[in-house]
Design a protein around this ligand. Structure first.
Ligand SMILES: O=c1ccn([C@@H]2O[C@H](COP(=O)(O)O)[C@@H](O)[C@H]2O)c(=O)[nH]1
Length: 245
């Protein structure tokens, strides 16, 4: 389980990241997510910068290509020393196995292999979009569980899913399989383009191992306060579990 909310650094430059991080105390290690927007514009230097500051990093590039290309790309990403990376489960089991092998081969001795997780169905996707846009003739839950099982069989550490699906995924795989869940909103927040959302508390009750939060922190007038509120709500559930276990 990841005890801190993972903050999605959806910014387009290093300067914006520096400015955002200034709202946090310099000695507070965070768990941050670098996605396509930031990585494609700031490049690998952003990873070095965040690591130097002591932050943990989920590099969210959602690889999806033929197995050999994904293998080679993952081999390279392993050398960046990030903590977690991902692929799209829609790329198939062979692609996921190749991604894992690439990470293993690219991780030097003494270094920890980054965790590898697979995106099931994006949290902005509806069942209608999936059935008519992607022509997948299943319910959204069935599709998510199918992808999770494939990721589990390929040896991955977990999946990206909505917290709405986490409980079912854990039942279909094992309780150690990680459900990393974006689409997290406080009850009063705007959903924006997210469709399958949950609050931090609902997410943990449903078995999420980690929550990923972007705009509900980064777009707030006081991001630091928003982060603390989300972290508190998430941690209260974790503490309650300890009390009643
Ligand atoms: O299914 C997915 C996979 C990835 N994401 C990413 O998480 C954050 C969520 O940002 P919010 O501002 O909290 O909506 C964003 O970086 C997405 O690329 C996702 O939302 N859903």
């Amino acid at each position: 389980m990841i005890k801190k909310p993972i903050i999605a650094l959806d910014f387009s430059s290093m300067d914006e990241v520096v400015c955002f991080l200034e709202t946090f105390t310099s000695d507070e290690p965070l768990y941050v997510k670098v996605g396509m927007e930031l990585y494609y514009q700031a490049g690998p230097q952003i990873i070095g910068f965040l690591k130097e500051k002591g932050h943990q990093i989920f590099l969210d590039l959602k690889l999806h290509d033929i197995p050999n290309t994904v293998y080679q790309a993952m081999k390279g990403l392993a050398r960046l020393g990030v903590d977690m990376v991902n692929v799209h489960a829609a790329g198939g089991k062979k692609m996921m196995e190749a991604a894992l092998k690439g990470l293993e081969d690219g991780t030097s001795i003494g270094q920890k292999r980054p965790k590898l997780i697979a995106v099931t169905q994006l949290t902005s996707t509806s069942e209608e979009e999936m059935q008519y846009g992607q022509l997948i003739k299943a319910t959204l839950m069935e599709s998510v569980i199918h992808y999770a099982k494939q990721a589990h069989e390929a040896g991955l550490d977990g999946v990206v899913c909505s917290a709405q699906e986490a409980k079912h995924i854990l039942l279909a795989t094992t309780d150690r399989f990680m459900c990393v869940t974006p689409g997290i909103r406080m009850a009063e927040d705007d959903k924006n383009d997210q469709l399958r959302v949950m609050t931090p508390s609902q997410a943990r009750k449903n078995g999420a191992a980690a929550i990923v939060v972007g705009r509900s922190i980064t777009k707030k007038s006081n991001p630091r306060m928003a982060y603390e509120q989300i972290k508190d709500e998430w941690m209260v559930e974790i503490e309650n579990e300890k009390l009643y276990s």
